[in-house]
Design a protein around this ligand. Structure first.
Ligand SMILES: [Zn+2]
Length: 341
């Protein structure tokens, strides 16, 4: 089993590396993106962050049928796939390549995909950005919104395996499952891939952050769709090997209760813990500011769980397919609960 797993991981890596070269993930582009130098022998410095040993047995995902159909191994492979593009800050050529990949991947699942290209004034000047939105129709008015950001923090050699590779991998796998469903749910399910969550400057100071989610919330308000959103579930930094998701103070209480009780019922009470915390900002703030019930699933405990947060150590070896599966399973079951409301 593990031999096959290792073999398939190596194969995947070979395939993605080969396609990266074919797509032109050139060292020079990486240097422009992160302002740094290239590594030795013409290799981009981030390649060591992508290539690594397969996950340890303790981190392997359970079979998909044990996690509501969610395939943690596939979600992990989607994290690997993103890292091939190297550092991916808003406005970078690398992020444009990821956008193309996300769109084509989502369409290959049969998803209806809408994109919104816009530009935003930032400390680095006016940056082109793009939100990507999957819309799965329901039988009645009402929308259950899921979300992740897919840009990475503008730091040298930062590839963001956990931030934002993990949550984007989870949402891709959820999209694969939900877009394939034959029977429409009671409500629509929309999945947002936000650009520009990260602050351009080192520190997180409004309004230098959440460019994409603020733009989407504003446009949905104008369209009249914002009022139809019954709940918004955001995921960010959800792939660590020692995860603890605390209850965020800005998140809506009834929705936190729903998600955390689902997790407990599924046996994940040691991961979705009862302790309270305050993140101080994430994409859900763009929606809570407009009174949309929202919850953020994130592990931001840099003292203990994610010491690699916003450092060049946020690499593929930090990611547990099992954690991705726990989060994906919990979100899928929470969507089912919300569909009953
Ligand atoms: Zn971040």
């Amino acid at each position: 089993m593990s031999v096959w797993r290792s073999a398939s991981s190596v194969l995947l890596l070979s395939v993605v590396l080969a396609s990266c070269l074919a797509l032109g993930c050139k060292p020079g582009e990486t240097a422009r993106t992160n302002g740094g130098s290239t590594g030795t022998a013409g290799q981009p410095p981030f390649m060591s962050a992508v290539a690594g040993p397969p996950p340890k047995p303790a981190d392997e995902a359970p079979p998909a049928e044990k996690t509501g159909g969610f395939d943690g191994k596939r979600a992990y492979e989607q994290v690997v796939r993103q890292l091939i593009y190297g550092p991916r800050p808003a406005g970078s050529p690398a992020l444009v390549k990821l956008q193309d990949y996300l769109e084509s991947e989502l369409k290959s699942y049969g998803c209806a995909v809408e994109t919104d290209s816009f530009s935003a004034d930032s400390p680095a000047g006016r940056l082109p950005m793009k939100n990507i939105l999957v819309k799965i129709p329901g039988q009645k008015p009402g929308i259950i919104l899921l979300g992740t950001h897919y840009d990475t923090k503008r730091l040298e050699n930062f590839v963001g395996a956990d931030d934002a590779g993990s949550s984007t991998g989870v949402m891709l796998e959820i999209a694969r499952l939900l877009c394939a469903q034959k029977q429409p749910g009671k409500y629509g399910a929309w999945i947002a891939f936000f650009d520009g969550e990260e602050a351009v400057n080192r520190e997180w100071v409004d309004p230098d952050n959440r460019y994409g989610s603020r733009e989407m919330a504003a446009k949905l308000a104008v369209d009249g769709d914002l009022a139809k959103i019954k709940a918004f579930i955001l995921a960010d930094i959800v792939g660590g090997r020692n995860p603890h998701f605390k209850r965020d103070g800005e998140s809506t209480k009834w929705l936190k209760d729903l998600v955390w009780s689902v997790a407990e019922r599924l046996g994940y009470g040691n991961v979705f813990v009862k302790e309270a915390t305050n993140f101080g900002g994430d994409d859900h703030y763009s929606f809570t500011a407009r009174h949309v019930p929202s919850v953020d699933i994130m592990d931001l405990d840099a003292q203990n769980d994610v010491p690699y947060w916003h450092t060049s150590e946020d690499t593929i070896d930090k990611i547990s397919p099992k954690t991705l599966a726990i989060v994906g399973h919990t979100i899928l079951e929470s969507v089912k609960e919300l569909q009953k409301k």
